[in-house]
Structure formats: C-alpha cells, structure tokens
Design a protein around this ligand. Structure first.
Ligand SMILES: *Cc1c(COP(=O)(O)O)cnc(C)c1O
Length: 377
C-alpha cells in the first residue's frame, strides 16, 4: 500500500464540530471564526486574536499588504521554501532578494540576510523549514538595523518555540497554513498573528475587500446604518465558520500531534544514525520544533537514486524545496542558479520522509529499511 508523505488526522469529534456549524445559523463570519482567532492568538503567545484567511498563501499576501510594501521596496527571503513566501511579495510589486540558508537547519542565514540588505529593504522573511524555528534573535537584529519588519512564515511550525518563546511571538508578523499536510488543518486555511494592532487591522481590512464599518474609521458618518467605506484595496480571503470550527477542534490535539511527530523523528534518527552517506536533521539548542517533515540529506549525488527507490517501494517521499529563484518567472527576471549555493546544495541532497501523526512505528521502520537498502547499508 502506498504510504503518503503527509496527511491529515481527522477524528469523529472533528466531523461533529463541522456538522454542528452546518446545523447552525452562521456558515461564515460568525462565532466559530472569532473563537478560532482567539485560540490561535493564544497558541502564538499573543493577546491579539489572529486574523484567519483562506490559505497560507493568502496569509502571506495579507501580511505583505499589511506591511505596505510595493514597487521599489525589497523583501529579503530564503529560496528554500514554498513559492508563496517570495511570490506574495512580488505580486505586491516588491523586489524579492534571495539570501542563502544555514547549512544545518536550512533556515535563512542571518549573516547572508544582513549582506543582502539595502536601504530599500522593508521586510525580512524567514521560514521555519521543516518546523525548526528561525534564528529569530539574530534576524531581529538584522531587521532592526535595516529598519525592516521581520516576517516568519510558520507554515510548518505552529506549536513550536525558541528559548521558551512560542512561534507567533518571535517575529513582527507570523503566518500559518492549515493545508491538510500541515501540523493542523482546516482543509484550506491560514492565519496571521502579530503584537502590532495596527498591522493586524490592516491585515483584517485587506482580507475583507478593504471594507470598514467601524464608525471611528469612517469619513462620512451620518449617511445611515447601511454605510460602509473602502479606504484601502483588498480581497475576499475570509475563512468560513465551517472551517474555523474544524480548526478549533484540531487545536485541542496540537500537543498530541507535536509529540507524535517528535517520536517519529526520533525513530527515524535512531534507525539511520549509523548509516554512511546521509545527514540527519539538526536541532539547535533552545529550539523546540514541530517536525513537519523529516529532511534527510543523501550525500555523494545519490539523492535521485534513493528517491526513485523509495517511490518504487510505494513510499511517498517529496523534495522540499526546489530553490525558488530557479523557477522560470524568476529566471526570466535575471535570477541565476548558483546565487545561493548552500540552499542549492541542500536541495540537491534533500528527501522528505513521510511524517504525520497517524503514521505507525511499523511504517517508520519500513521507510528506514528501504532507505538502508537503497544505500546498501
Ligand atoms: C504550505 C506553505 C505555504 C502556503 O500555504 P498554503 O496553505 O498551501 O497556501 C507557504 N509557505 C510554506 C513554507 C509552506 O509550506
């Protein structure tokens, strides 16, 4: 049987939570949204509620829009990420500047980010690759020196922490994704959290088509109860009650999901530790990751061979990620291979092994055995 590389954990209580909303009065923009937003804020260590949106991509778009970036501005980010971390800045008209990653974690390297900063840098965007938090204190210094915001794409890492500070309170603005393979799911969904109330208000306005009804924000106030205004442009990125109810119920199991992901990671590492020709994922002191996938590095140019052998054995491995600056859209704009050699070498070695809470120990053992067989050890 084919073993997927990631999948959701849905139980009867999730189904019941969704059914309850369907039987009620609000399908969208009702009490389940407010509840999920308060709970997410609290998981992120924020007193502000989160701003929920329809995907992790929407969360990034909303975050860049709230940061007010546009043509002439630069966003420094990592190429070892999903497209949206970079493209949502580009779609706002900003210039994306790729900086290299640290060789151990695959996260944005603060020294490389510092070297990429110019007087046009407005945002520095790190990604918690595979669930391991970014080096936020060092990136914070780079961002502060540049007069830029620090954004953390935490699509992989909700529930993690660094030196006791939860992911969601490490950067100026943090985005989450609730796609089925992520650490918790709302089918499609995402959120933005921040301690900056004004930034969050701009995010909320953007995801609601730029419309405001709050009397304090209106220019004309005596037109009548139907009145709304559009001070800013926006889009409809509202996450409905149906999906927020699923998210709230999933959140009650986030701790268990995280613990099981840690067990699976430890089992992979124990089973592969003595194998030559591979590198296992690093964990820095003070980092408390939520392992979103297991990034195994296969050395000596053997990645393709091991990947194909695992797929042939019905094991759903992935590669995370093709360096974003290699994509045709960026290549057409002058971005070149070789610009970020550490990230590019990381990509050339990487295979993501299956990781999801319902994965059984026997499945993990089968993956380990197949990796060992493929490498002849
Ligand atoms: C999944 C992911 C996104 C986008 O989230 P979607 O919900 O799929 O739109 C953004 N960044 C990273 C690092 C991701 O893994």
């Amino acid at each position: 049987m084919f073993l997927p590389y990631g999948r959701q954990s849905i139980d009867e209580s999730d189904i019941e939570a969704v059914a309850q909303v369907l039987r009620g009065d609000w399908l969208t923009t009702g009490p389940a949204v407010e509840k999920f937003e308060r709970e997410l804020g609290s998981v992120a260590g924020q007193s502000n509620p989160a701003v929920t949106v329809t995907s992790g991509t929407a969360a990034l778009h909303v975050a860049y829009a709230a940061a007010g970036i546009g043509p002439g501005d630069e966003v420094v980010t990592t190429p070892l990420t999903f497209l949206a971390t970079a493209t949502c800045a580009a779609i706002q008209g900003a210039t994306v500047v790729f900086a290299d990653v640290s060789d151990d974690t695959g996260n944005l390297d603060p020294a490389a980010a510092a070297a990429a900063v110019t007087d046009r840098t407005r945002v520095i965007s790190g990604v918690d690759y595979a669930g391991h938090p970014i080096d936020a204190p060092a990136l914070r210094r780079v961002a502060d020196d540049a007069g830029a915001l620090l954004l953390e794409d935490a699509a992989h890492s909700i529930g993690g922490s660094l030196d006791g500070t939860p992911v969601g309170s490490l950067a100026d603005i943090t985005t989450f994704s609730f796609f089925p393979t992520k650490n918790l799911t709302t089918a499609e969904g995402g959120a933005v959290v921040s301690a900056d109330t004004e930034l969050l208000q701009r995010a909320r306005t953007f995801k609601g088509i730029g419309m405001v009804r709050d009397p304090e924000r209106l220019r004309s106030t005596d037109e009548g109860a139907w009145w709304y205004e559009m001070p800013e442009l926006g889009l409809n990125y509202r996450l409905p009650d149906v999906l927020c109810a699923l998210g709230s119920n999933q959140l009650t199991r986030l701790g268990r999901f995280k613990a099981r992901r840690a067990e699976i990671t430890a089992r992979y590492s124990a089973g592969l530790a003595d194998l030559d020709g591979v590198r296992l994922p690093a964990q820095r002191p003070g980092a408390d990751p939520v392992w979103h996938f297991y990034p195994l590095r296969v050395l000596d140019g053997r990645r393709r061979e091991v990947f194909d052998a695992l797929r042939a054995a019905e094991i759903g491995v992935q590669v995370n990620y093709i360096p974003v600056h290699w994509q045709p859209w960026f290549a057409d704009r002058g971005y070149r291979r070789g610009m970020c050699p550490v990230a590019e070498e990381y990509y050339e070695q990487e295979i993501s092994l299956p990781m999801f809470p319902d994965l059984r120990d026997s499945d993990v053992d089968r993956v380990i055995e197949q990796v060992r067989t493929a490498l002849g050890g």
